[in-house]
Design a binder for this molecule. Structure first.
Ligand code: UDP
Length: 459
């Protein structure tokens, strides 16, 4: 029996038409290539999404690679500072921070040949500065031609896109000014929601994140599998469970969750599970975990888990009675999407990308602060039927808007829109003809010396 391609398997969730449309779009881009660069293979939403959609983009036909930025602890301390200050925290980059950042970026550029791709997507601030090492040449040989023929794009290397997953509503001005020096060299900015549109005069695209219903984290699990995962990790299978899955990070407010749980516990005997595996590019995790641990250690009904296990996340989200996301800032919040997909009632802060997902009292509950969070958790624990109805709506919301197939389509469309007008590495024959005609015009200096990008075209 012929094995189904992976994309075909998504027809079960989004319909055959949607899958066929993706194949069609991908077929038009066969031979083209794209690269994503971020700074960790695991931990956090970006890595989660890249893991799920890059194989699907490849299957659709667009050759897509995933490259990783290398850095040491000092570098990631600086980039975490950038991350925090872009989300509005009052921290400033020092001149040493900038030296550390630029040295690591420069080192990375010495072993990443990003010029070979038709489009480069840089995820988040960590690798943002890479663009400075892949300068566009503006060869004099073409200077009169673009003017005459409106082919300005001929002078460019491939387009670069900055994909920011953060909440950019109130970035620290100094950090933003620093990043802008790099961002000015990008062709376009992609953010998770309209409200994160930046002040840069660049085309902006809006692309909500999405989850993969077939991944280990989201696939259906039998009740037996759920029970086995819980017992392996010493989780009580009886007591009502409140769950938050999130990196130990100040923006995820684990202490706030513990305080809300304590309020609920006064009236309902329940347990709290905080699961937060560490991300390789997040050096703050240890300290925030230790704070949570000292708050929680005397309460046997609080479990803190730091294992990295998609199946355990899946099992906990399926077992939980209420899922909480008490973030203080949140670019989007894939953990909310994951829990909603599993039909769980979610109580989550009214911040960042969360209200894009939760329509209050329809498919989840939005909260403001610890007391409100506790009240809403208690309400859901006491009103099972309502919680169930909310959970059902939540699943449908995710099916409609936040499954990975939509993201694959968005990426293919983005690629088409942005590379249009660029003569990139892999040329179609019509583009090649145009180029050779241009090359015959006038007395042009030898290409090999002056225009490495165009040189590749002829190899
Ligand atoms: N995650 C995980 N294990 C953990 C904590 C988080 O696998 O212990 C995953 C979580 O399931 C989700 C992602 O990391 O897929 C977090 O994405 P989100 O957008 O919620 O937040 P971010 O960490 O990107 O700020």
């Amino acid at each position: 029996m012929m094995q189904l391609k992976k994309l075909d398997k998504y027809a079960e969730f989004v319909g055959e038409d949607c899958v066929q449309q993706i194949y069609k779009m991908g077929a038009k881009l066969a031979e083209k290539s794209m690269v994503h660069v971020n700074s960790t293979y695991y931990g956090g939403g970006v890595a989660e999404m890249l893991t799920s959609y890059i194989p699907l983009l490849n299957e659709a036909g667009l050759k897509t690679e995933w490259r990783l930025l290398r850095g040491d602890r000092d570098f990631f301390m600086v980039t975490k500072k950038m991350h925090n200050s872009l989300q509005g925290m009052k921290v400033e980059l020092t001149s040493e921070d900038i030296t550390t950042y630029e040295a690591t970026i420069s080192q990375n550029s010495s072993f990443m040949n990003l010029e070979w791709y038709d489009m480069v997507v840089i995820d988040d601030p960590q690798p943002c500065g890479m663009v400075a090492h892949y300068r566009r040449e503006s060869p004099s040989l073409y200077k009169p031609l673009p003017l005459l023929l409106s082919l300005a794009e001929l002078q460019k290397k491939q387009p670069w896109v900055w994909r920011c997953h953060l909440d950019l509503t109130s970035p620290n001005r100094k950090t933003w000014r620093y990043l802008k020096k790099y961002l000015n060299d990008y062709e376009a900015i992609v953010v998770s929601a309209r409200k994160y549109k930046t002040s840069l005069r660049k085309p902006h695209y809006f692309m909500a994140p999405a989850i993969d219903p077939l991944s280990e984290k989201n696939r259906r699990l039998s009740s037996w599998e759920v029970a086995r995962e819980l017992s392996r990790n010493g989780i009580d299978s009886q007591k009502p469970m409140i769950l938050q899955v999130s990196r130990f990070d100040p923006w995820k407010d684990p202490l706030g969750v513990i305080h809300a749980y304590r309020k609920v516990k006064k009236e309902i005997d329940c347990q709290l599970v905080l699961m937060g595996g560490m991300a390789a590019d997040d050096p703050e995790g240890d300290a925030i975990f230790r704070n949570a641990y000292s708050e929680a250690e005397k309460d046997k009904d609080i479990s803190l888990l730091t294992v990295q296990s998609d199946r355990l996340v899946n099992a906990l989200q399926r077992r939980a009675d209420v899922v909480v996301q008490k973030s203080l800032r949140e670019g989007f919040g894939l953990t909310v999407t994951e829990a909603m997909w599993k039909g769980k009632p979610v109580v989550a802060s009214r911040v960042g990308g969360i209200p894009l997902q939760i329509e209050n009292r329809v498919n989840g509950l939005l909260c403001d602060g610890i007391d409100d969070c506790a009240t809403k958790i208690s309400y859901l624990l006491k009103h099972k039927r309502e919680a169930e109805a909310i959970g059902k709506n939540a699943t449908e919301k995710v099916r409609k808007d936040f499954l990975v197939t939509r993201l694959v389509r968005d990426e293919l469309e983005l690629f088409q829109a942005i590379t249009r007008g660029f003569i990139t590495k892999s040329l179609k024959s019509s583009e090649q003809m145009l180029l050779s005609m241009l090359l015959k015009l006038g007395d042009l200096p030898p290409l090999k010396k002056t225009v490495p990008f165009l040189k590749r075209v002829h190899e």
